[in-house]
Design a protein around this ligand. Sequence first.
Ligand code: SAM
Ligand code: SF4
Length: 336
Amino acid sequence: MSADSGLPDKLVDRFGRHVTYVRMSVTDRCDFRCVYCMSEDMTFLPRAQVLTLEEMATLGRAFTELGVRKLRITGGEPLVRKNVIWLFRQLGRLPGLQELTLTTNGSQLERLARPLREAGVRRINISLDSLHPQRFRRITRVGDLDKVLRGIEAARTAGFQRIKLNTVAMRNRNDDEILDLVQFVLDRDMDISFIEEMPLGVIDDHDRSEVYMSSDEVADLIRTRHPLVATTEQTGGPSRYYRIPGTGSRIGFISPHSHNFCESCNRVRVTTEGRLLLCLGQEHSMNLKQVLRNHPGDMERLKQAIVSAMDIKPRGHDFNLEAKPVIFRHMSVTGG
Ligand code: SAM
Ligand code: SF4
């Protein structure tokens, strides 16, 4: 409890879970249209509905003053937001913040890897689903693989501590590349996480249950070439990590359909519109934009709103690939 305001200095929910990690979506826009994430002709939010970079910086401050130690910037594609490096610089100097990270599709990294590193970002995740240019184009609908590969090289040169690839594993789309993608990270001393597709947003031309691949299937495939040794690392999220002996790389599996992680969940999300979302798989939320805009400069009120939101963090998610539609929000609004 801080002496002057009566506000706690940490965020604890009804189930005793300690929230120390916030993922913030800085834009719903993107220069790609990945089949599992967006439809081809997306309508994006009008600018006035989206938080300004200043509002996001204020939120970052409020969260860290409430004991949040890790901030991940995501989207949409965070690096297409104009002046986003300004935000990284503000967040990078917040006292108490131990980790500022980013999830990106890599398309802008050739230009921005160095400024990001200089702003205080030490680790980044880059999404990559295929190493074949045409297939990459089919999955992202518009993406240029070469540009992303150049972005990955720029990130390596800029000196990020560990670069991690994120790959959505899809049956008959990229399952034959899983071993190649593992080799790609082994050759570059990077990490990789394979993600199970989540039913977020309705996308007409993409049948999720047809391409769904479980983490267990992906792990079995990798074991045909490499032994996987489980690590004890707990993330408080849906990730499990393994090591391949004799290499520095970690192989992760993100299995949001499993419920095992909900009881140790340490995270919340802020959407592009400033909704504090208490669980990725549920709609419980608190409108922080309203607080920011109705009471500009009132840090205590903002922090009070965040603290009271902890009371509506649900016990767990409710994903089910068969029952559709489940959640109408696209991942790009929520922030992956
Ligand atoms: N644009 C950035 C990128 O692609 O890395 C950041 C945002 S993106 C929404 C974050 C992550 O979510 C990406 O790794 C993407 O592959 C993943 N993703 C998007 N839609 C998904 C879905 N329906 N199920 C599982 N992962 C998804
Ligand atoms: Fe854009 Fe990332 Fe969604 Fe792909 S996954 S469309 S890159 S936001």
